[in-house]
Design a protein around this ligand. Structure first.
Ligand SMILES: Nc1ncnc2c1ncn2[C@@H]1O[C@H](COP(=O)(O)OP(=O)(O)OP(=O)(O)O)[C@@H](O)[C@H]1O
Ligand SMILES: [Mg+2]
Length: 504
């Protein structure tokens, strides 16, 4: 356990990093002790990932101090950082898909036996030992391809442990994990802490920060704000430090006139993925789609929008059948989908913020002969500011935005199309607490104007606060449909984890 006099393993003070005119870090500071799990929190664009990338050797700082075990360091490559005992687990793991689990763990440093041959048996044995110690059951011989993100992260952690890393940094590792997977990750993190390693944990989820960490450092606008023992602070305190004002995390949906059915799904089936899915989304209504990660919710959304095919069933918009497998037809019919994996599916990473936002409405603008830079910029500016996208200008290249700000750009892009029905997958994942209530307020406002919204969310408070009606999925089937009044966390959790009587 951490004590006040435990050695400081990693110390950053007044670290500065600019990219051209953008000051990503003005004064980043953090002091990590051995045997501690240290949370690093702050709004989107506060500079958390930039600080981590300096430690990882991806970026070089412009100024400031960086000490490891009391010794000044200045990494010019990730290899140097690794060799110094630092391991970074990113949200999207970077394993080689074609190589086996064992080969990935021993990447670049194979065990060589007698006669100079690679000793596969020894490597495999070492991996088994690691997995037993970390309490994971993954086949060391299988390829990395097809492993869940959670398993891939565990493999990265196993690799860090096998390299005997003394500092382990996790940058939003839980965003794509289910509850069970988060628990496994936490168990591993705690045992590494107990071995005396230092861990840095970045997350926008306060429940996780309070469950796992012993210390917390808050950043705002590229600068260090404060550090507390976790026991001496509260979520409300931390939000105030992060945002500089009081905010309410959730914005309950306002009453809206619920009108005609807009989107009607009937008996949608894709064998092995989801089965007999039927529901309706009406004008003015927010329908929540709850369930555990892996229940098939995103798959249903993708099929409805035509990204994936389905075997049986029908999708109707305002009574008109939409052909399957054709997103363009779905869009013309007034449907929009904000995908879960926004970086991969929703963003043109080399294009500017403004161009990304207007990407989906360029046809509309063109139709009215309006596709002038002026019209495009006007529309982009409105949505960028409504979603509080923090970027230098509308020309800022999307890849240089912070993770959360990339999310906001994709949201803006689809909201700008002004669809009749919006399907939105994990609307606030990766988005900081300050902007979260803003996204909720916006969705509520859009529903108030007659839009129908299907909202997939793994965050129960979000579902319970926002949805007029809650559908719960489990293992590819809808197991419950609850009106707002009946949608308690107990009822939703029960339906998400137990087979329903009607369907069994
Ligand atoms: N390579 C880059 N080029 C230009 N600007 C950058 C680059 N990397 C980061 N920035 C800018 O630095 C600022 C801090 O970004 P950073 O990714 O560190 O934020 P963060 O705290 O991790 O946010 P989030 O919670 O959204 O992940 C942002 O304004 C971002 O646009
Ligand atoms: Mg980040």
């Amino acid at each position: 356990m951490q004590t006040d006099d435990a050695a400081v393993v990693l110390e950053l003070s007044n670290v500065v990093k600019s990219f051209g005119a953008v000051a990503a870090l003005r004064s980043g500071s953090l002091s990590l002790r051995a045997g501690s799990i240290h949370a690093l929190i702050g709004e989107n664009g506060a500079g958390k990932s930039t600080l981590v990338k300096i430690v990882a050797g991806l970026y070089r700082r412009d100024a400031g101090d960086f000490r490891l075990d009391g010794v000044d360091v200045d990494f010019t490559s990730t290899a140097q950082s690794k060799a110094a005992g630092i391991a970074v687990i990113y949200q999207e793991p970077t394993l080689f898909p074609d190589l086996s689990v064992t080969e990935n763990i021993f990447m670049g440093r194979q065990i060589v036996g007698r006669f100079g041959r690679i000793d596969r048996k020894a490597m495999r044995h070492e991996v088994e030992r690691l997995f037993t110690r970390l309490g994971v059951s993954i086949d060391p011989d299988r390829p990395a391809e097809g492993l869940s993100i959670a398993d891939q992260q565990v493999i990265e952690i196993a690799k860090a442990v096998s390299l005997d890393a003394k500092v382990l940094i996790m940058d939003e590792p839980t965003a794509a994990l289910s509850g069970v997977e988060v628990e496994r990750l936490f168990t591993i993190a705690r045992s590494l802490r107990d071995e005396g390693r230092g861990l840095i944990f970045i997350s926008h989820r306060f429940d996780e920060v309070f469950a796992l960490c012993d210390t917390v450092t808050v950043m705002r606008d590229g600068a260090y704000i404060s550090t507390f023992p976790i026991a001496e602070t509260t979520p409300a305190d931390l939000v105030r430090q992060m945002v500089g004002r009081d905010v309410t995390e959730l914005f309950p949906k306002q009453d809206a006139v619920i009108g005609e059915p807009l989107l009607e799904i009937e008996g949608l089936t894709s064998p092995g993925i989801f089965h007999d899915i039927s529901f309706v989304v009406r004008s003015g209504e927010i329908v929540g789609l709850a369930g555990l990660v892996g229940a098939g919710r995103s798959e249903v959304a993708r099929a409805v929008f035509g990204v994936d095919e389905y075997r049986e069933g029908a999708v109707r918009m305002k009574g008109k059948l939409i052909p399957g497998g054709r997103p363009n037809a779905a869009m013309s019919a007034g449907l929009a989908l904000v995908p879960e994996d926004r970086r991969k599916q929703g963003l043109v990473i080399d294009s500017g913020v403004g161009r990304n936002i207007t990407l989906a409405i360029r046809d509309q603008l063109a139709k009215f002969g309006l596709i002038t830079t002026g019209a495009e910029n006007r529309s982009a500016r409105i949505w960028a500011s409504r979603l509080e996208v923090k970027s230098h200008s509308l020309d800022t290249v999307a890849s240089t935005l912070s993770g959360g700000n990339q999310q906001k750009v994709v949201l803006a892009k689809w909201l700008a199309t002004n669809p009749d029905v919006l399907i939105i997958d994990e609307p606030t994942r990766g988005i900081d607490i300050g902007t979260k209530s803003e996204v909720h307020r916006l969705l509520s406002e859009l529903a108030g104007q007659g839009m129908g919204i299907l909202m997939i969310s793994s965050e129960l408070p979000e579902v319970l606060g926002m949805a007029d009606r809650v559908l719960v999925m489990r293992e590819g089937r809808i197991t419950a449909e609850l009106d707002r009044a009946d949608a308690t966390s107990e009822n939703v959790m029960f339906a998400a984890t137990h087979a329903s009587e009607q369907h069994s």
